[in-house]
Design a protein around this ligand. Structure first.
Ligand code: ADP
Length: 248
Protein backbone atom coordinates (compact mmCIF):
# COMPACT_ATOMS: atom_id res chain seq x y z
CA UNK A 1 0.00 0.00 0.00
CA UNK A 2 1.16 3.51 -0.77
CA UNK A 3 -0.96 5.21 1.88
CA UNK A 4 -2.69 3.83 4.95
CA UNK A 5 -4.83 5.96 7.20
CA UNK A 6 -5.67 4.36 10.53
CA UNK A 7 -8.18 5.58 13.06
CA UNK A 8 -7.65 9.31 12.50
CA UNK A 9 -9.32 11.64 14.98
CA UNK A 10 -9.27 15.43 15.03
CA UNK A 11 -11.20 17.67 17.41
CA UNK A 12 -11.16 21.46 17.04
CA UNK A 13 -11.47 22.99 20.50
CA UNK A 14 -12.32 26.48 19.20
CA UNK A 15 -15.41 25.30 17.36
CA UNK A 16 -15.99 22.19 19.53
CA UNK A 17 -16.22 20.10 16.39
CA UNK A 18 -15.08 16.52 15.96
CA UNK A 19 -13.87 17.12 12.41
CA UNK A 20 -12.60 13.54 12.02
CA UNK A 21 -13.69 10.51 13.98
CA UNK A 22 -11.87 7.20 13.48
CA UNK A 23 -11.23 7.57 9.77
CA UNK A 24 -9.42 4.62 8.15
CA UNK A 25 -8.71 3.64 4.56
CA UNK A 26 -5.89 2.68 2.26
CA UNK A 27 -4.71 3.64 -1.21
CA UNK A 28 -2.60 1.59 -3.59
CA UNK A 29 -0.15 2.63 -6.30
CA UNK A 30 -1.67 4.14 -9.45
CA UNK A 31 -5.04 4.05 -7.77
CA UNK A 32 -7.59 6.84 -7.30
CA UNK A 33 -9.64 7.06 -4.15
CA UNK A 34 -12.55 9.47 -4.34
CA UNK A 35 -13.51 11.21 -1.11
CA UNK A 36 -17.02 12.59 -1.29
CA UNK A 37 -19.16 14.36 1.27
CA UNK A 38 -20.95 17.61 1.80
CA UNK A 39 -19.30 20.80 2.98
CA UNK A 40 -18.15 20.46 6.58
CA UNK A 41 -17.88 16.65 6.51
CA UNK A 42 -14.13 16.77 7.22
CA UNK A 43 -12.59 16.29 3.76
CA UNK A 44 -10.11 19.19 3.91
CA UNK A 45 -9.13 18.36 7.48
CA UNK A 46 -8.36 14.83 6.31
CA UNK A 47 -6.19 16.22 3.49
CA UNK A 48 -4.29 18.43 5.98
CA UNK A 49 -3.59 15.49 8.28
CA UNK A 50 -2.38 13.33 5.41
CA UNK A 51 -0.03 16.09 4.24
CA UNK A 52 1.21 16.52 7.84
CA UNK A 53 0.12 20.15 7.91
CA UNK A 54 -1.71 19.55 11.19
CA UNK A 55 -1.28 16.65 13.65
CA UNK A 56 -4.03 14.13 14.48
CA UNK A 57 -5.29 13.71 18.06
CA UNK A 58 -5.27 9.96 17.53
CA UNK A 59 -4.45 7.58 14.73
CA UNK A 60 -1.73 7.29 12.12
CA UNK A 61 -0.93 8.14 8.53
CA UNK A 62 1.45 5.64 6.97
CA UNK A 63 3.13 6.53 3.68
CA UNK A 64 5.16 3.79 2.02
CA UNK A 65 4.92 1.97 5.34
CA UNK A 66 6.31 4.81 7.47
CA UNK A 67 4.39 6.79 10.08
CA UNK A 68 4.52 10.35 8.69
CA UNK A 69 4.35 11.92 12.17
CA UNK A 70 7.75 10.39 12.91
CA UNK A 71 9.58 11.49 9.76
CA UNK A 72 12.59 13.71 10.28
CA UNK A 73 14.98 15.71 8.10
CA UNK A 74 15.73 13.88 4.84
CA UNK A 75 12.81 11.47 5.18
CA UNK A 76 10.45 14.38 5.79
CA UNK A 77 11.87 16.24 2.80
CA UNK A 78 11.38 13.12 0.70
CA UNK A 79 7.78 12.84 1.92
CA UNK A 80 7.13 16.51 1.06
CA UNK A 81 8.40 15.83 -2.45
CA UNK A 82 6.44 12.63 -2.96
CA UNK A 83 3.09 13.90 -1.68
CA UNK A 84 1.69 17.00 -3.37
CA UNK A 85 -1.59 18.88 -3.34
CA UNK A 86 -3.62 20.69 -5.99
CA UNK A 87 -6.10 23.22 -4.61
CA UNK A 88 -9.43 24.49 -5.81
CA UNK A 89 -8.43 28.06 -6.62
CA UNK A 90 -5.72 27.98 -9.25
CA UNK A 91 -5.04 31.74 -9.02
CA UNK A 92 -4.43 31.52 -5.27
CA UNK A 93 -1.99 28.65 -5.55
CA UNK A 94 0.40 30.56 -7.84
CA UNK A 95 2.49 33.60 -6.86
CA UNK A 96 0.96 36.46 -8.93
CA UNK A 97 4.34 38.20 -9.37
CA UNK A 98 6.15 35.19 -10.82
CA UNK A 99 6.25 34.21 -14.46
CA UNK A 100 5.25 30.66 -15.36
CA UNK A 101 8.85 29.74 -16.08
CA UNK A 102 9.95 30.78 -12.57
CA UNK A 103 6.91 29.15 -10.96
CA UNK A 104 7.95 25.86 -12.54
CA UNK A 105 11.66 26.27 -11.83
CA UNK A 106 11.26 27.10 -8.15
CA UNK A 107 10.64 23.61 -6.74
CA UNK A 108 13.41 22.21 -8.94
CA UNK A 109 15.92 24.78 -7.69
CA UNK A 110 14.85 24.19 -4.08
CA UNK A 111 15.57 20.52 -4.68
CA UNK A 112 19.09 21.20 -5.84
CA UNK A 113 18.78 21.47 -9.63
CA UNK A 114 20.85 24.49 -10.65
CA UNK A 115 22.07 23.90 -14.22
CA UNK A 116 20.39 26.55 -16.43
CA UNK A 117 20.17 24.37 -19.53
CA UNK A 118 18.63 21.46 -17.59
CA UNK A 119 16.11 23.78 -15.94
CA UNK A 120 15.13 25.24 -19.32
CA UNK A 121 14.55 21.80 -20.76
CA UNK A 122 12.73 20.61 -17.69
CA UNK A 123 10.31 23.57 -17.93
CA UNK A 124 9.68 22.75 -21.62
CA UNK A 125 8.93 19.14 -20.68
CA UNK A 126 6.56 20.18 -17.90
CA UNK A 127 4.65 22.61 -20.14
CA UNK A 128 4.35 19.90 -22.77
CA UNK A 129 3.14 17.38 -20.19
CA UNK A 130 0.23 19.68 -19.31
CA UNK A 131 -0.44 20.58 -22.96
CA UNK A 132 0.75 24.20 -22.86
CA UNK A 133 3.06 25.69 -25.50
CA UNK A 134 6.51 27.05 -24.70
CA UNK A 135 5.10 30.56 -25.19
CA UNK A 136 3.51 30.28 -21.73
CA UNK A 137 6.93 30.61 -20.08
CA UNK A 138 6.80 34.40 -19.91
CA UNK A 139 3.18 34.73 -18.80
CA UNK A 140 2.08 35.88 -15.37
CA UNK A 141 -0.79 34.07 -13.58
CA UNK A 142 -3.26 36.88 -14.34
CA UNK A 143 -2.54 36.38 -18.05
CA UNK A 144 -3.86 32.83 -17.81
CA UNK A 145 -7.39 31.42 -17.95
CA UNK A 146 -8.60 29.34 -15.00
CA UNK A 147 -7.87 26.12 -16.88
CA UNK A 148 -4.39 27.27 -17.98
CA UNK A 149 -3.64 28.32 -14.42
CA UNK A 150 -4.64 24.91 -13.10
CA UNK A 151 -2.43 23.30 -15.77
CA UNK A 152 0.53 25.34 -14.49
CA UNK A 153 -0.30 24.32 -10.90
CA UNK A 154 -0.35 20.68 -12.02
CA UNK A 155 2.94 21.07 -13.93
CA UNK A 156 4.48 22.46 -10.75
CA UNK A 157 3.33 19.58 -8.57
CA UNK A 158 4.50 16.90 -11.03
CA UNK A 159 7.92 18.56 -11.43
CA UNK A 160 9.37 16.65 -8.48
CA UNK A 161 7.90 13.33 -9.60
CA UNK A 162 5.52 12.76 -6.72
CA UNK A 163 3.83 9.44 -5.96
CA UNK A 164 0.62 10.83 -4.52
CA UNK A 165 -1.37 13.93 -5.43
CA UNK A 166 -4.17 15.12 -3.18
CA UNK A 167 -6.67 16.94 -5.38
CA UNK A 168 -8.79 19.08 -3.04
CA UNK A 169 -11.77 20.27 -5.12
CA UNK A 170 -9.20 20.69 -7.90
CA UNK A 171 -11.73 21.24 -10.69
CA UNK A 172 -14.60 22.76 -8.69
CA UNK A 173 -13.86 26.35 -9.74
CA UNK A 174 -13.75 25.52 -13.47
CA UNK A 175 -16.62 25.46 -15.94
CA UNK A 176 -17.83 22.12 -17.30
CA UNK A 177 -15.77 21.93 -20.51
CA UNK A 178 -12.52 22.97 -18.86
CA UNK A 179 -13.30 20.64 -15.96
CA UNK A 180 -13.51 17.69 -18.36
CA UNK A 181 -10.19 18.68 -19.98
CA UNK A 182 -8.40 18.89 -16.64
CA UNK A 183 -9.87 15.57 -15.47
CA UNK A 184 -8.59 13.97 -18.68
CA UNK A 185 -5.19 15.49 -18.05
CA UNK A 186 -5.14 14.01 -14.52
CA UNK A 187 -6.03 10.61 -15.97
CA UNK A 188 -3.36 10.73 -18.67
CA UNK A 189 -0.70 11.75 -16.14
CA UNK A 190 -1.76 8.90 -13.87
CA UNK A 191 -1.46 6.47 -16.73
CA UNK A 192 1.97 7.77 -17.79
CA UNK A 193 3.50 8.21 -14.34
CA UNK A 194 1.73 5.63 -12.19
CA UNK A 195 0.46 8.36 -9.88
CA UNK A 196 -2.00 7.79 -7.06
CA UNK A 197 -4.72 10.33 -6.39
CA UNK A 198 -6.89 11.22 -3.45
CA UNK A 199 -9.66 13.00 -5.26
CA UNK A 200 -11.66 15.14 -2.84
CA UNK A 201 -14.87 16.63 -4.17
CA UNK A 202 -18.39 17.52 -3.17
CA UNK A 203 -19.31 16.83 -6.83
CA UNK A 204 -20.34 13.21 -7.21
CA UNK A 205 -20.05 13.29 -11.02
CA UNK A 206 -16.37 14.16 -10.67
CA UNK A 207 -15.88 11.43 -8.05
CA UNK A 208 -17.62 8.87 -10.25
CA UNK A 209 -15.60 9.83 -13.31
CA UNK A 210 -12.21 9.67 -11.59
CA UNK A 211 -12.30 7.04 -8.85
CA UNK A 212 -11.45 3.36 -8.60
CA UNK A 213 -12.79 3.29 -5.06
CA UNK A 214 -14.88 5.76 -3.13
CA UNK A 215 -15.43 6.77 0.47
CA UNK A 216 -18.39 8.84 1.54
CA UNK A 217 -17.87 11.08 4.56
CA UNK A 218 -20.40 12.53 6.91
CA UNK A 219 -19.75 14.52 10.10
CA UNK A 220 -16.14 13.38 10.21
CA UNK A 221 -16.88 9.69 9.74
CA UNK A 222 -16.63 7.35 6.80
CA UNK A 223 -20.18 6.16 6.31
CA UNK A 224 -19.59 4.12 3.16
CA UNK A 225 -16.58 2.69 1.36
CA UNK A 226 -16.26 0.49 -1.70
CA UNK A 227 -15.41 0.11 -5.37
CA UNK A 228 -16.83 2.97 -7.45
CA UNK A 229 -19.57 0.99 -9.20
CA UNK A 230 -20.70 -0.66 -6.02
CA UNK A 231 -21.07 2.66 -4.20
CA UNK A 232 -22.85 4.37 -7.09
CA UNK A 233 -25.03 1.49 -8.29
CA UNK A 234 -25.74 -0.29 -5.05
CA UNK A 235 -25.20 2.07 -2.11
CA UNK A 236 -25.69 0.49 1.30
CA UNK A 237 -25.93 3.46 3.61
CA UNK A 238 -29.07 5.60 3.68
CA UNK A 239 -26.94 8.77 3.64
CA UNK A 240 -25.22 7.68 0.40
CA UNK A 241 -28.63 7.00 -1.14
CA UNK A 242 -29.76 10.45 -0.07
CA UNK A 243 -26.65 12.11 -1.54
CA UNK A 244 -27.04 10.24 -4.83
CA UNK A 245 -30.70 11.13 -5.13
CA UNK A 246 -29.91 14.84 -4.67
CA UNK A 247 -28.14 14.92 -8.00
CA UNK A 248 -31.25 14.21 -10.02
P1 ADP B 1 -14.97 19.93 4.27
O1 ADP B 1 -13.62 20.02 3.64
O2 ADP B 1 -15.63 18.59 4.07
O3 ADP B 1 -15.88 21.07 3.88
P2 ADP B 1 -13.57 20.64 6.72
O4 ADP B 1 -12.57 19.58 6.96
O5 ADP B 1 -13.11 21.94 6.13
O6 ADP B 1 -14.78 20.05 5.85
O7 ADP B 1 -14.29 20.98 8.10
C1 ADP B 1 -14.85 19.99 8.96
C2 ADP B 1 -15.40 20.68 10.21
O8 ADP B 1 -14.33 21.14 11.02
C3 ADP B 1 -16.25 21.88 9.89
O9 ADP B 1 -17.33 21.92 10.79
C4 ADP B 1 -15.31 23.05 10.12
O10 ADP B 1 -16.03 24.19 10.53
C5 ADP B 1 -14.41 22.53 11.21
N1 ADP B 1 -13.04 23.08 11.09
C6 ADP B 1 -12.19 22.91 10.03
N2 ADP B 1 -11.02 23.50 10.27
C7 ADP B 1 -11.10 24.09 11.49
C8 ADP B 1 -10.20 24.84 12.31
N3 ADP B 1 -8.97 25.12 11.90
N4 ADP B 1 -10.64 25.27 13.51
C9 ADP B 1 -11.89 24.99 13.93
N5 ADP B 1 -12.79 24.26 13.25
C10 ADP B 1 -12.41 23.80 12.03
Amino acid sequence: MLLEVRGLKKYFKTTKIQALDKVSFSLGRAETLGIAGESGSGKSTLAKLILRLIPPDEGHVLFEGNDVSRLKENDLKDFRRKVQIVFQEPYHSLDPRMRVEDILKEPLILNGQREKKDLYQKVSGLLKAVELSDGFRSRLPHHLSGGECQRVAIARVISLEPRLIVCDEAVSALDAIVQAQILNLFMRLQHEKGLSYLFISHDLRVIRHMSDRVIIMRDGQVCEEGPRDQVFKNPQHSYTKELLSKRH
